[in-house]
Design a protein around this ligand. Structure first.
Ligand code: HEM
Length: 528
C-alpha cells in the first residue's frame, strides 16, 4: 500500500515542494553565511531582515544597475565591502576597488573565477559536455592557435567583411538604408568569426550560419531559466529547457563532421594540414576521446558562443554610440586619417602590425565598452576551499561565497572618468585626466603607451574583458575583428544621426543593446 502509485505521486510532489521552498529560502532570504556586519545593497543599513533581503533580491532582476550605483557610492567609495543580491546565482560580496591586488593574488585553488562562469552559464547543462569549459584544451587552442595566427587571418577577415557589409548594409550611395542593428551585426560577426573558425566555405553557408547564431543567442537565457531550479531538479529539467538549442547544435554538427572526417581520414597525411578550429583541436587533443568528432563539434559550438555573442553585443553598442554622438563625423574622419596613414606605411596591406598601430580604433571601441560592457561583474570568484576564506580585514566568508569587484560603477565613476556618461570616442588617445583636469596619478594612466591604450589592455579601472589571469583569452581575436569592423564602417559608410542613444536593457548583472532598434546608414560616394 505504501508503494502504491498514488502514494509515490504524493511523495514526489511533497519532495518537489520541499526542495522549492528550501531553494527559495536560500536564494531570497538567507544571508548564506555572510556576516551581518556587511551591508546589503537595496537594504537600509541596520534594517537587514529576511523580508528586506527578499525584496532586494527581487529588485536585482531588472534593477541591478540602481542597486550597484547606490551601494558603490554608499560603501565602495568609502572602502567598505557590501553584498549585491542576484536572483539567478545568489548574493555576491563586492569589495572596494582598492582590494583588487588582494583579489588577484588569491590562487585558483582558493578563489576560482571559472566557477562563476560555470554558474552564470549553467555550463553543466547548456555547454553540451562537462569537459568543454573546464579542461585546458580550450585555453591552449585560443592562446597557441587563434592568437598566434591572427596575422594570417587579417586579410581574409577583411575580405569577408567586404562581402558581409555589402550584403547587409548595402551599396546605395544615394538613399539612406534602415538596418536593425542587432540582427545585422549578428550576421556580420557570425560570418567573419566563422571565416576563421571553419573556413571560407562554411562561413558563406546560410544554413550553418543560421544554426550557429541561433544557438549562441539562446545560451544565456536558457542558463537563467535553469538557474531558477533547485540543484536536485536541474538534471531533470535541463534536457527539456535546452531541447531546441540541442537541435541547433546537432544541425551545426552535421556540417562539421564532414570536415572532421576529411581531416582524420587516412589520406589526410598526404595533404597539407588545414588551418581551422577542427585541426587545431586535433593537434591539441591529449586523448582519443578528445580527437573524436563529438568532443570537437561540442567544443566548437561552445567556443562560437564565447567568441561571437560578445562581439555582436559590443559592435551593436558601438553603432548606437556612433549614431547618437554629435561628434561622430569628426571621429570617423579621424579614423580614416589614422587608417590611411598606417595602411600606406604597410604598402596598402592589412597586416596585424598596421592594425595594432591604428589606436583611434582602439579608443573608440574601448570607450563604448567602458559605457556598455555587457557583464557588469568585472572580476568575480567563488570560494572553493571548504574552510572558507578570510578577507584582509579579518572577516570570514564561507565556502561557495562569490567575491569580487564590479566593473559597471567603476567605469561610470566621475573621479576616474570625467563626464562618465558621455561617449568621448577619443578619450583613450589622450592622457587621461582627473576631475580637476590634471593627469597625475590617474588610475587609468597610459599604461606605458604614448599614443593611446590598446583595446586589449585591462586594468582595475577597465574591466570590459575582466582583469588579471582570467581576463578574456579571446580578446586579441575580438579586438582584431572589431577594429576591422570599425575601420570598414569609417571608410565606407556615413551614419545618420539619431536624437538619443537608446538605453540598454539590464537583466540581473548583464546588459545588452535593444534588440529591435534601427539606425540608418549610406554607402559613401566613390566606395561602392
Ligand atoms: C568583445 C568581445 C568579448 C568580450 C567583451 C569578452 C568578455 C569576456 C569576459 C568579461 C570574460 C570573463 C568572464 C568571467 O570570468 O566572469 C571572458 C572570458 C572568456 N572569453 Fe571572452 N570576450 C569577448 C570575446 C571573446 C572571444 C572572441 C573569445 C574566443 C575566441 C572569448 C573566449 C573567452 C573564454 C574561453 C573565456 C573564459 C576564460 C577563463 O575562464 O579563464 N571571448 N570574456
Amino acid at each position: 500500500m505504501f508503494l502504491s502509485p498514488e502514494f509515490l505521486a504524493v511523495a514526489f510532489c511533497f519532495l518537489l515542494i520541499v526542495s522549492f521552498v528550501h531553494w527559495a529560502f536560500l536564494r531570497f532570504c538567507s544571508r548564506q553565511g555572510i556576516p551581518d556586519t556587511i551591508p546589503w545593497a537595496g537594504v537600509q543599513y541596520g534594517g537587514c531582515t529576511w523580508l528586506s533581503r527578499a525584496r532586494a533580491t527581487m529588485q536585482s532582476l531588472s534593477g541591478s544597475r540602481t542597486l550597484l550605483d547606490d551601494a558603490y557610492e554608499k560603501y565602495s567609495k568609502k572602502g567598505i565591502p557590501f553584498v549585491l543580491p542576484n536572483i539567478f546565482t545568489g548574493p555576491e560580496l563586492i569589495l572596494p576597488q582598492s582590494e583588487m591586488g588582494w583579489l588577484l593574488q588569491q590562487p585558483d585553488e582558493v578563489l576560482d573565477q571559472n566557477e562563476v562562469n560555470r554558474d552564470f552559464l549553467q555550463a553543466d547543462h547548456t555547454m553540451l559536455h562537462p569537459k568543454v569549459i573546464f579542461d585546458s584544451v580550450h585555453g591552449d587552442v585560443i592562446k597557441n592557435e587563434l592568437h598566434r595566427r591572427l596575422g594570417e587571418f587579417t586579410e581574409a577577415v577583411n575580405e569577408e567583411l567586404d562581402f558581409a557589409f555589402r550584403k547587409t548594409f548595402g551599396v546605395d550611395t544615394k538613399e539612406w538604408k534602415e538596418i536593425a542593428v542587432y540582427d545585422v551585426m549578428s550576421e556580420i560577426i557570425t560570418r567573419i568569426s566563422n571565416r576563421v573558425l571553419v573556413g571560407p566555405e562554411l562561413c558563406r553557408d546560410e544554413d550553418y550560419l543560421y544554426n550557429s547564431s541561433r544557438f549562441n543567442r539562446w545560451v544565456v537565457l536558457l542558463a537563467a531559466v535553469i538557474s531558477l531550479f533547485p540543484q536536485s531538479l536541474k538534471r531533470i529539467i535541463s534536457p527539456i529547457v535546452t531541447y531546441c538549442n540541442y537541435q541547433l547544435y546537432l544541425n551545426m554538427a552535421k556540417f562539421i563532421i564532414p570536415i572532421w572526417k576529411r581531416q582524420t581520414s587516412s589520406f589526410s597525411d598526404a595533404r597539407p594540414k588545414e588551418n581551422n578550429y577542427v585541426q587545431w583541436c586535433l593537434d591539441h587533443a591529449k586523448t582519443e576521446d578528445e580527437r573524436g568528432s563529438d568532443m570537437i563539434t561540442k567544443r566548437l559550438a561552445a567556443l562560437s558562443f564565447a567568441a561571437i555573442q560578445s562581439s555582436v553585443i559590443t559592435s551593436a553598442n558601438l553603432l548606437f554610440d556612433l549614431a547618437a554622438s554629435p561628434l561622430t563625423p569628426m571621429y570617423l574622419q579621424t579614423v580614416r586619417n589614422d587608417v590611411s596613414t598606417h595602411l600606406e606605411a604597410a604598402h596598402g596591406r592589412w597586416t596585424k602590425g598596421a592594425l595594432s598601430r591604428m589606436l583611434t580604433l582602439d579608443s573608440i571601441l574601448r570607450e563604448s565598452m567602458r559605457l556598455w560592457g555587457f557583464v557588469s561583474r568585472g572580476v568575480l570568484k567563488t570560494v572553493v576551499v571548504k574552510a572558507g576564506i578570510y578577507l584582509p580585514d579579518g572577516t570570514h566568508l564561507p565556502y561557495r561565497t562569490k567575491i569580487g569587484i564590479h566593473a559597471y560603477p567603476i567605469h561610470h565613476d566621475a573621479d576616474i572618468y570625467p563626464h562618465p556618461t558621455e561617449f568621448d570616442g577619443l578619450r583613450f588617445c589622450k592622457p587621461p585626466t582627473n576631475k580637476d583636469g590634471t593627469s597625475e596619478n590617474h588610475p587609468e594612466n597610459m599604461l606605458g603607451k604614448e599614443n593611446g591604450i590598446p583595446l586589449v589592455t585591462t586594468s582595475a579601472s577597465f574591466m570590459g574583458f575582466s582583469h588579471g589571469k582570467h581576463a578574456c583569452p579571446g580578446r586579441y581575436f575580438a579586438s582584431q575583428q572589431l577594429k576591422l569592423v570599425l575601420a570598414y564602417i569609417a571608410l565606407n559608410y556615413d551614419i545618420k544621426p539619431i536624437e538619443r542613444r537608446p538605453d540598454n536593457n539590464w537583466f540581473v548583472g548583464s546588459q545588452g543593446p535593444p534588440l529591435g532598434d534601427k539606425i540608418s546608414i549610406r554607402r559613401r560616394e566613390g566606395t561602392a
